[in-house]
Design a protein around this ligand. Sequence first.
Ligand code: CTP
Ligand code: MG
Length: 211
Amino acid sequence: MEVSVLLPAAGLGERLGQGPKAFLKVGGRTLLDWVLDTFSFADEILVALPPGYRLPDRGRVRYLEGGKTRQESVARLLAEANTAMVLVHDVARPFASRALALRVLEKARATGAAVPVLPVPDTLVEAVGGEYGPVLPRERLRLVQTPQGFFTALLREAHAYAKMKGIQATDDAQLVRALGYPVALVEGEVRAFKITYPEDLALAQALVWNA
Ligand code: CTP
Ligand code: MG
């Protein structure tokens, strides 16, 4: 079954403060190039770029203008997808491996929706007025990563439902859950960490993982 990879890359990287992350370089390559390489097995790759940024379509890679939010950027990409399965991946996670993408895709093919997660290594606590509040049960909690895999039709329905209901979410699995469908969990990987703050970029530059 064919797969489209949707890459929301239209964020402005405000917390990092070095412009849109898609064009930041790590190990001599942009984050976008890292991710395009990882997903070169895809039948189609659709990329959402920030308004005003354009790149020429190349082979199976097509560039579109993103939206104001991640969710809107993904919705625009989803509207253009031509395959039965989609993988949605943040360009801000340049070191996610192909093995992870294939693991997620396999589970999504079998179940309709699958996302990679990691256990929480630290103690989790609610901050209450700057003080140590109730401790959360970390054994039950997981950190959610991308790539996330879905039946294209299911994710389209989930996005349409979210739009109708005014639901805003930071990832796509939440929208599928809001629609009432289950989302399977697969084992994530530490190297799929997201570059959000300057420290994350420094870490990425120090690591320059072999793709
Ligand atoms: N993204 C997007 N369209 C938006 C906002 C975000 O496609 N309007 C993408 C980002 O490019 C990134 C992913 O969603 O790949 C996760 O977002 P985040 O890590 O928050 O990146 P930015 O929004 O760029 O960073 P910041 O929130 O610090 O501005
Ligand atoms: Mg953001």
